[in-house]
Design a protein around this ligand. Structure first.
Ligand code: BES
Ligand code: MN
Ligand code: ZN
Length: 498
């Protein structure tokens, strides 16, 4: 998809579709804060008041997120896509994002492949023109994603969007950024959506290599079972041992800054399928556990977005890839495992496998002498209970790092929310038989998982993101969301700018 800025009058646009906002206005109010966009007013006049009449009759909806197509409006070559925006007073950044996605989805489902989007530069939003442009472009990119790996589109399927021009006064650099971030989101969604018989640990390693092939500044390192045994990564290995596909530790390194600059390290949970292992999960919805590698998918996506952006940082991406299966050799409840750090772990539930693979990946990552480590994981069902699908959880003992991640989430609208990592929770991990057990019981399940990881990052500037609710959508829009690629990329961009 190509993005551009259309600097001429919107009426000079020669493509086949024009997208414009429709606000729900208070009648008989001439206040300029209560007006349709200048373009709407212009087209209304040119059509002798047709737009106004259709709005009044309800044929055009101003309801937030509803779209209306108009064909053959008097004086217009193009078809119009009118996008309901609700009341100007309620028009927030989140609503703006929503109407952009609604417009992009309607365009994607139509037979038009190009459009001029006049949703940006809204006077009803306090956010800058640059911000509006970047968000709008990312929503078009989002709507254009289509999974095709194991199902080809029908012959009569609506075509992909090929070009979007934006009526905007913003800096066109925003569009290059949106393309890079959109690429990273697509990488993550595609990996997340792939079935677990295709996307297994070896596939992830191979895929990471392929993505790196195009990038000369990226180095790839893949640790196989022998290499991990030599490093005593027994927690990661224990999870992988039940599967016929062996586990891997995958590391990618990008040098965009001086060799001595400390790297930002992203660590991802890459459980390509989570059956629960011997503590097997119930059957219902188990297929969703193909998404249990979305931490890995999103750190890869954010990493390659940052590479495309050529950020002046050193960045590493570390993926702990394994499949959690029940088997005669599988690890079992009661096992005590000595992790790479030397700390011992009593396994009380083999379904708490994410923290097992991550603890060794976190220990290994410290060799890179990171400026900061952020791990990303679909770690706990409890996180879905706590925050639902609208926020990732962020946990850290480093308040400044939390502040950075909260801010990046807010500005990218890929938001996270803090849960406490107070020491009081740590004792839920106590056991007679090891330095810790791998589950902390029912209370505060997401926090005790974070507490577990914190024991492997002592002295590090580290934060943990639990993305269990955000990583994929259930039901109608079933599929990987690519979250939190936008958040992570924004965080890295902010680091590069500071
Ligand atoms: N991958 C799951 C967490 C998960 C479950 C994410 C449902 C999204 C939706 C994780 O490995 C897991 O099974 N966690 C257990 C931990 C428990 C055994 C302490 C959980 O949440 O039940
Ligand atoms: Mn599990
Ligand atoms: Zn899991």
């Amino acid at each position: 998809m190509k993005f551009s800025i259309h600097q001429q009058a919107a009426t000079d646009y020669t493509g086949d579709c024009l997208i414009l906002p429709v606000y729900r206005l208070q009648t008989d109010d001439s206040d300029s804060a209560n007006q349709q966009s200048a373009l709407f007013q212009q087209l209304d006049q040119a059509s002798n008041g047709t737009l106004g009449r259709l709005l009044h009759s309800g044929d055009i909806s101003s309801k937030t997120g509803q779209t209306t197509w108009l064909y053959s409006l008097a004086g217009m070559q193009q078809k119009l896509l009118l996008v309901g925006c609700g009341k100007p007073a309620d028009f927030t950044a989140v609503v703006f994002r929503r109407i952009c996605l609604a417009a992009a989805t309607a365009l994607r489902e139509s037979h038009s492949t190009q459009a001029l989007c006049a949703l940006t530069d809204s006077a009803h939003l306090s956010a800058s023109a640059d911000w509006q442009l970047r968000i709008a472009a990312l929503e078009f990119s989002h709507a254009n994603y289509h999974y095709t790996h194991t199902k080809k589109p029908a012959d009569d399927a609506a075509p992909a969007i090929t070009a979007v021009a934006f009526a905007s006064l913003a800096d066109s650099a925003q569009l290059d950024q949106a393309l890079a971030i959109g690429y990273g989101v697509d990488v993550a969604r595609n990996l997340g959506d792939l079935p677990p018989n295709i996307c297994h640990p070896l596939f992830l390693a191979e895929h990471a290599r392929q993505l790196a092939d195009d990038c000369s500044a990226v180095e790839v390192e893949v640790l196989d079972v022998e290499a991990m045994q030599a490093l005593h990564m027994n927690a990661l290995l224990a999870v992988g041992v039940g599967s016929h596909v062996p586990p891997r530790l995958i590391a990618l390194h990008y040098r965009g800054a001086a060799a001595e600059a400390q790297p930002y390290v992203l660590v991802g949970k890459g459980i390509t399928f989570d059956t629960g292992g011997i503590s097997i999960k119930p059957g219902a919805n188990m297929e969703q556990m193909k998404y249990d590698m979305c931490g890995a998918a999103t750190v890869l996506g954010a990493f390659f977005a940052a590479v495309k952006l050529q950020l002046p940082l050193n960045i590493s991406c570390v993926v702990a890839a394994a499949e959690n299966m029940p088997d005669g050799r599988a690890y079992r409840p009661g096992d005590v495992i000595t992790s790479m750090s030397g700390k011992t772990i009593e396994v009380l539930n083999t379904d708490a496998e994410g923290r097992m693979v991550l603890c060794d990946a976190l220990t290994w990552s410290q060799r890179l002498q990171p400026a900061a480590i952020v791990d990303v994981a679909t770690l706990t069902g409890a996180c879905v209970v706590a925050l639902g699908h609208h926020a990732s959880a962020v946990m850290s003992k480093h308040d400044d790092l939390v502040t950075e991640l909260l801010a990046a989430g807010q500005s990218s609208l890929d938001r996270c929310w803090q849960l406490p990592l107070w020491d009081e929770y740590q004792k839920q991990l106590d056991t007679k038989f090891a330095d810790m057990k791998n589950v902390g019981g029912m209370p505060a399940g997401s926090i005790t998982a974070g507490c577990f990881l914190s024991r492997f990052t002592e002295g590090q500037r580290w934060a943990h993101l639990d993305i269990a609710g955000a990583a994929w959508e259930w039901g109608k829009n079933d599929g990987a969301t690519g979250r939190p690629v936008r958040l992570l990329t924004q965080w890295l961009m902010d680091r590069a700018a500071s």
